[in-house]
Design a binder for this molecule. Structure first.
Ligand SMILES: C[S@@+](CC[C@H](N)C(=O)[O-])C[C@H]1O[C@@H](n2cnc3c(N)ncnc32)[C@H](O)[C@@H]1O
Length: 349
């Protein structure tokens, strides 16, 4: 389904920005970030990052509902196409819908599933189900390339993602199919590259990666020679990062919003990538400031996918004495009204 426009853009409604030019979309997104920051008293400018992301065919995962055993889109308009989904993911979704339409017992009792693909060239497809299924029967029906994760079924299968290339060597992260993964691999690589560049520019040797997932930032930071601590509440993700047995990384399954209670040493680089609700409260802002190493080059990198919580967190971190150095926007979700943002903050004195 290689497309250069979306056949269902109006009826679906999920990608309002596909109705305007790419330049107009980017201007709108930059203005959204600026406006949210200004509403919190932050007047910093916002730099657009040219990521070379395709506007179509970038999405590597999608949730589907299951009704009467049949997998289907939450938004039925997508039955006629979804221009932002990757071709291999679309093919997998089509196969799953056909298989479960032919045999509605395969996903009996399941409420929803997530289908995803990796980005290192394998044909594997991940299927995480909300409720227990007979994996063997499902794999039989779908084929050996399908990896099924049960809701509480031991160690989940992983898919591989190339997140960076350092000195000509690819850095690959294995992400459990039950854990968070960035939806757009091309833009994610730009985001990771920016984090690595900030680490290098600041001369950081130690890091804290709060809300680390399976190590999207931690793994390349270690590959770049840093050592540090990764923290996430998702047991599958943090256990997978531990299994990678990287030298110089401690993995903590814990609450990064209570980062001050974890007994961590200060680090040169603190990366924060909370979920949409953001970091949240003054105690966590103060804890982040306290964990930032004493040098003037020490940096906090705040990554976010929700402009309102991003602006609130930037303002909160500024209130506890951090200085906003740069704000960058990344088009992680072309076509939609969403935008990924990064704030670089340092010590005021
Ligand atoms: C936006 S994802 C980022 C993950 C990772 N940095 C990446 O780029 O793939 C947010 C992560 O925060 C984790 N999370 C949610 N609440 C948390 C909390 N209170 N403490 C630690 N991690 C949390 C989720 O499990 C998820 O992995």
């Amino acid at each position: 389904m290689t497309v250069e426009s979306c056949p269902v853009q109006q009826s679906c409604g999920g990608c309002p920005q596909l109705a305007v030019s790419r330049v107009a979309e980017q201007e709108t997104k930059v203005e959204m970030v600026r406006t949210a920051l200004r509403s919190r008293g932050i007047g910093s400018d916002v730099a657009w990052t040219d990521t070379q992301s395709p506007r179509f065919g970038y999405r590597n995962r999608m949730r589907l509902q299951v009704v009467g055993g049949r997998a289907d889109f939450f938004n039925h308009a997508k039955r006629d196409g979804c221009a932002v989904v990757r071709d291999d993911l679309w093919a997998a979704i089509t196969d799953l819908r056909a298989a479960t339409a032919a045999d509605s017992t395969l996903l009996a009792g399941v409420r929803h599933v997530e289908v995803r693909v990796g980005d290192t060239g394998t044909s594997a497809v991940g299927l995480a189900v909300s409720d227990p299924v007979e994996s063997a029967r499902l794999s039989n029906a779908l084929g050996a390339s399908w990896l099924v994760a049960q809701p509480s079924g031991g160690v989940p299968p992983t898919l591989a993602y190339r997140v960076a290339t350092i000195d000509g060597v690819d850095v690959v992260v294995d992400v459990p199919i039950t854990s968070f993964v960035q939806v757009n691999s091309v833009v994610n690589r730009s985001l990771v590259a920016r984090v690595l560049a900030e680490a290098a520019a600041s001369g950081a040797t130690t890091f804290i990666d709060a809300f680390s997932g399976a190590g999207n930032f931690s793994v390349p930071l270690v590959a770049q020679g840093l050592s540090g601590t990764a923290i996430d509440t998702a047991g599958d993700a943090i256990a997978q990062l531990g299994r990678a047995e990287l030298a110089g990384i401690e993995c903590i399954e814990g609450d990064a919003r209570r980062i001050g209670d974890l007994g961590l040493a200060a680090a040169d680089l603190v990366v924060l990538d909370p979920p949409r609700s953001g970091l949240g409260d003054k105690a966590s802002y103060q804890a982040v400031a306290d964990l930032l190493g004493p040098t003037t080059s020490a940096r906090v990198l705040l990554v976010a996918c929700n402009v309102d919580s991003f602006a609130a967190d930037v303002a909160g971190l500024a209130e506890v004495g951090l200085r906003v150095e740069q704000i960058a926007a990344f088009d992680m979700f072309p076509g939609t009204d969403h935008v990924e943002t990064l704030a670089v903050l340092g010590r005021s004195t």
